[in-house]
Design a protein around this ligand. Structure first.
Ligand code: ZN
Length: 376
C-alpha cells in the first residue's frame, strides 16, 4: 500500500481535499489533550460545520495505553457508525487508533480475538504531534495487557495518509522533543544493523540519520524554525519506515523495563541502552565469527557515514554527546539494591526482539550493560 503524505499548508487545503476524497460521513477522532491547543486540532473539531463530517471524539486512554481502551474505542466506533478513523497525537494516540481499527473488524468479546485479527477496512488518517515514535509509518502498535507490553501487528495496518504539520512541534516541551529525537535516532541505528535490514530499509535509516544530525543543534536546544520542524517530522517518519521493515533490536529489547521501573521516557531509555550497547558491540567484534564481524563492521561504517562521521568511534562518541546535550545521559538514581535491580532488568530483556540482533548476546552481557547504565 502506498501511503500518502499530506503536507499542511496555510489554509489546510491539501488536508481538506484529501478528506473530501475519502469520502466520510462520521469520523472517530482519537486524540490526547495536547491536540486542543493546536491549530490542526481546531480544524479537526470543526469538520462538522466545514466539511459535513461528524466527529466522535475518543480520548479515554493513557500514555502506554491499555488494550481495554482500544476495545472500548472499537465498540464506540461501531455503535456510532464511524466510517473514518483520525488520530492526532503522539505514539499512544496513534497506537490506540491502530488497535481500534483492527478490533473494529472482530468480536472483541471472544477471548481469542487477538489471534484472529483481520486487515482493517476503515480509512485511517494520522496527524503525528511528536517527531519520534514513527508510529505513523509502522504496521505495529504497542499496548499493554495486564501490565505486560503487547505488540499488536497486522501487515496492512499502516495509516493510508499521514498529515505532516510543522506547527505541531512548536510548543512541544523541550524534554519531550529530546526524548522523541533520541527514539527516532535509535530506530534508525537499530534498523540499520538489524538482521532483517534490506537495501530499502537502509535507505530510510540513512535519510533519517542525515535529517536528525542536520536538525540536532537547533531542535535539541529548542530553536527550531518551520523548516527544521518539518525535517524532524520527516526524520521520524523515515525511521519508522525503516523499522517497519527491519524491526528494532537489542537496545529496544533492553529499554522497556527501564521505563516501567524508573519512569524514564521511552526514547531516553532506548538511547541509554544504545549508548552502552554500541561500544560494547564494537569492543567484542573480534569474538564474533568472520561473516558476522564483517557484516557488523559494514553496518557500523554505514551508520557513521550517514551521521557524517569519519569513523565508527567518532559516531559512537557523537551519539553519546547528543545524550549529554539532551541531559539524558544518566538515570540519576541512588539505589542500594542495585544487584536485585540489575537481575530484574537482565531477566526482562525481550527475547523475541533479540532475534533481530546480529551479535549474540546473553544474560552475562545484559548484566554488564545494565550495571554500566545504572552507574551512569
Ligand atoms: Zn522506540
Amino acid at each position: 500500500m502506498k501511503q500518502q503524505l499530506i503536507f499542511v499548508d496555510k489554509d489546510y487545503a491539501s488536508l481538506t481535499a484529501y478528506l473530501q476524497s475519502v469520502p466520510a460521513k462520521r469520523a472517530l477522532l482519537v486524540h490526547g489533550s495536547s491536540m486542543l491547543h493546536l491549530e490542526v486540532g481546531q480544524y479537526l473539531l470543526h469538520l462538522p460545520e466545514n466539511l459535513g463530517i461528524d466527529v466522535i471524539e475518543f480520548t479515554d486512554f493513557e500514555p502506554n495505553p491499555d488494550i481495554q481502551s482500544a476495545i472500548a474505542g472499537a465498540v464506540l466506533c461501531k455503535t456510532q457508525g464511524c466510517d473514518l478513523i483520525l488520530a492526532c497525537g503522539g505514539g499512544s494516540a496513534i497506537d490506540v487508533a491502530k488497535c481500534i481499527r483492527l478490533f473494529y473488524e472482530v468480536d472483541t468479546s471472544k477471548p481469542d480475538f487477538l489471534q484472529n485479527l483481520k486487515p482493517g477496512t476503515l480509512p485511517f488518517v494520522v496527524i503525528p504531534t511528536t517527531a519520534g515514535t514513527g508510529s505513523d509509518s509502522t504496521h505495529f502498535a504497542v499496548v499493554y495487557q495486564d501490565g505486560r507490553k503487547l505488540s499488536v501487528a497486522e501487515p496492512d495496518n499502516i495509516p493510508q495518509a499521514v498529515v505532516l504539520d510543522a506547527a505541531t512541534l512548536v510548543n512541544l516541551p523541550l524534554r519531550q522533543k529530546r526524548a522523541t529525537y533520541l527514539d527516532a535516532m535509535c530506530h534508525a541505528i537499530e534498523s540499520y544493523w538489524s538482521v532483517h535490514a534490506t537495501a530499502e530499509s537502509r535507505v530510510y535509516a540513512r535519510e533519517a540519520l542525515r535529517l536528525l544530525c542536520a536538525a540536532r543543534l537547533s531542535y535539541l536546544q529548542g530553536n527550531a524554525d518551520v523548516t527544521v520542524n518539518m525535517s524532524m517530522l520527516m526524520a521520524a517518519h523515515y525511521a519508522g519506515k525503516a523499522i517497519n521493515i527491519s524491526k528494532t533490536t537489542a537496545a529496544h529489547a533492553m529499554c522497556y523495563k527501564l521505563t516501567s521501573l524508573f519512569g524514564v521516557p521511552h526514547g531516553q531509555a532506548a538511547a541509554l541502552c544504545l549508548s552502552h550497547l554500541w561500544p560494547y558491540m564494537q569492543n567484542r567484534l573480534s569474538a564474533a565469527d568472520a561473516p558476522t564481524q564483517q557484516q557488523l563492521q559494514e553496518n557500523f561504517a554505514g551508520i557513521a557515514a550517514a551521521m557524517d562521521c569519519e569513523s565508527v568511534q567518532e559516531a559512537i562518541a557523537t551519539f553519546q554527546q547528543i545524550l549529554k546535550e539532551c541531559k539524558m545521559d544518566k538515570l540519576n538514581r541512588t539505589d542500594e539494591e542495585t544487584d536485585d535491580v540489575i537481575a530484574a532488568l537482565a531477566g526482562s530483556v525481550n527475547v523475541q526482539r533479540l532475534q533481530n540482533h546480529l551479535l549474540h548476546l546473553e544474560a552475562a552481557d545484559f548484566t554488564c550493560l545494565y550495571r554500566a547504565i545504572l552507574k551512569g
